[in-house]
Design a protein around this ligand. Sequence first.
Ligand code: ADP
Ligand code: VHF
Length: 260
Amino acid sequence: MNQLKSSWRRVVIKVGSALVAPEGKGCSTKYLLALADFIHHCHNQNKQVVIVSSGSVAAGAGLTNHDLSEPLSIPQKQALAAIGQSHVMQHWQKLFDDTCAQILLTRSDLEGDKRVVNARNTLETLFKMDAIPIINENDSVVVDELVVGDNDNLAARVAVMCDADLLLICSDVNGLYDKNPKQFDDAKLLATVDTIDERILGFADVTNNPIATGGMHTKLQAAQLATGAGIDTIIINGREAKSFERLKNETISGTLFIGR
Ligand SMILES: Nc1ncnc2c1ncn2[C@@H]1O[C@H](COP(=O)(O)OP(=O)(O)O)[C@@H](O)[C@H]1O
Ligand SMILES: N[C@@H](CCC(=O)OP(=O)(O)O)C(=O)O
């Protein structure tokens, strides 16, 4: 099992739809309680946490009883995101005594110099106010090729933007396997990845979750971006309380991608 560096001070935690809104039936705190406890633990140790939360499309689908057996069009996803986002925030607020602060960003907000400076200043001020920044993509205004949203890459960009030293991606699998564990019983978990090369990229498959985006592909892209900026990146199973218990003890149960 890998060891977590104790010296880290700022983490970006990406939480997928599979945790915020399991089975696409609206939000639930079922899988968020152990994560919230870990965030309290971080705060007690004077570490700073930024949450990048998915779930608005799934929350919107739950609120409107939308049938997810048919693929959603981009405008449908955008409308469901608009319906679901405030529900996602209410849900996070239930878990914390500290104030939660919503920031909706697009990729282009993190590319122009001026907006990056504004976003960074807002985050620094929120930390001083002991508010918890919760970021999602501004889905209603983004049509990025054929998908709406990709919070894995957004989380990596946020980590670079705010000079984090750790990116923690919480999903519904234990980490990166050598093939999709939802399809192959003999898939093997990788504990450490030094370099994300073609062989590693080849392990990634898509997701079968209709409201998630990208599957393992976007998580590896995010890990490439973050590790390239020197930020250690970890994929863990956020559905399992023991993943967070281990992190509290500075051990890692998932896959560690080492920052360069
Ligand atoms: N090599 C792999 N290792 C682990 N999971 C994989 C792999 N290839 C594809 N997957 C799929 O990626 C899914 C996680 O991505 P996704 O559903 O987008 O999650 P999230 O909502 O957490 O972003 C897993 O449930 C799994 O089906
Ligand atoms: N911005 C979208 C999520 C897009 C996304 O990346 O979803 P996921 O793959 O579950 O992290 C939403 O809030 O539903």
